[in-house]
Design a protein. Sequence first.
Length: 367
Amino acid sequence: MESGMADVALRGINKSFGATRVLNGVDLNVAAGEFVVFVGPSGCGKSTLLRVIAGLEEPDAGEVAIAGRTVNALSPSDRGIAMVFQSYALYPHMTVRQNMAFGLTLAKTDKAEIERRVSAAADILNIADYLDRKPKALSGGQRQRVAIGRAIVREPQVFLFDEPLSNLDAALRVRMRYEFAALHQRLKTTMIYVTHDQVEAMTLADRIVVLNGGIVEQVGAPLELYDHPRTRFVAEFIGSPKMNLISAEIIEATATVATVRVADGAIVRVGVNAAATTPGQKVQLGVRPEHLTLDGPGEALTATATFVESLGVATYAYAALPGSGETLTVQLPGDVRVCSGQTLSLRVPPNRAHLFDANGAALRRLV
Ligand SMILES: Nc1ncnc2c1ncn2[C@@H]1O[C@H](COP(=O)(O)OP(=O)(O)OP(=O)(O)O)[C@@H](O)[C@H]1O
Ligand SMILES: [Mg+2]
């Protein structure tokens, strides 16, 4: 199969292990050259979906197409993909060069061609100086780069990465994250990347796919998911610390604004299309910690600070709402001093707050 870029199309993918349905009607189009990141809680089916694309798992139903061609019947090695796993599993008795060349050697690729590809990949990944070392003489980050190099030399149309950085320490992850972004810019190959790490997803992805229990909850650009989550699940999953959710009741509803009352009687206005709701309806008011302010626009919630963390870059206050006892996380600028026990008047900006109905569906935000 030619190297270069290829689109990936998934249609109606179902997969069960025994009685457990792990993927449930997954439809997804990944454009040629796109960097798509799968996120979701542990066990939601991210690795299984990646393995279905790779051909390491056979779906019970549905179609996998790469570059416009149905590949369901093709073995992994014939799909034009290369996969990098979390456990990079290098052969300990082989040098870096032999590890990287291994797949090509098996495929009886011409020796000069192998040499060309290995040295090109080594240059891209900055491991040219280590080609004659054995894996045990490398750091974790260097080993991970060899594993990526082993994928690059295959010149795939699509790279599949399953949590490739999760074995690395925090500082190295940050550096490797940058290197992944650079690698994608340079190769422009289609990449599908699974991670638990919010920041990796937000920074690397052209689009993020949020999976929940084998279902695609939402697909969108990182800031689209952050600003316009379509469900409470996505709202809580994207963003750190998590979005606050406060029980509330609709007082008045129009196509441009919802007026809600929270437990202690405070009234808050939210810029959403609430035309389909009715007064008295139970909803949840969602507001991100970083959008609550002590002096910005919007109505105020009164809450008592119960615990304060000063991190320098930001101050986190945890505050209890009277009436319901619900706790809010509030992210304030690092130079703001708040004490535990202090009463806070927290403003909810109407154009940044969210409302969710009893099923967890978001009312459409207007800005
Ligand atoms: N070979 C298998 N046999 C039986 N069950 C499996 C198999 N592989 C995965 N599962 C189950 O399928 C579900 C989805 O697994 P999967 O590995 O895709 O999750 P994941 O989203 O990658 O999770 P994590 O974030 O923990 O890696 C889990 O409940 C898992 O236990
Ligand atoms: Mg997994």
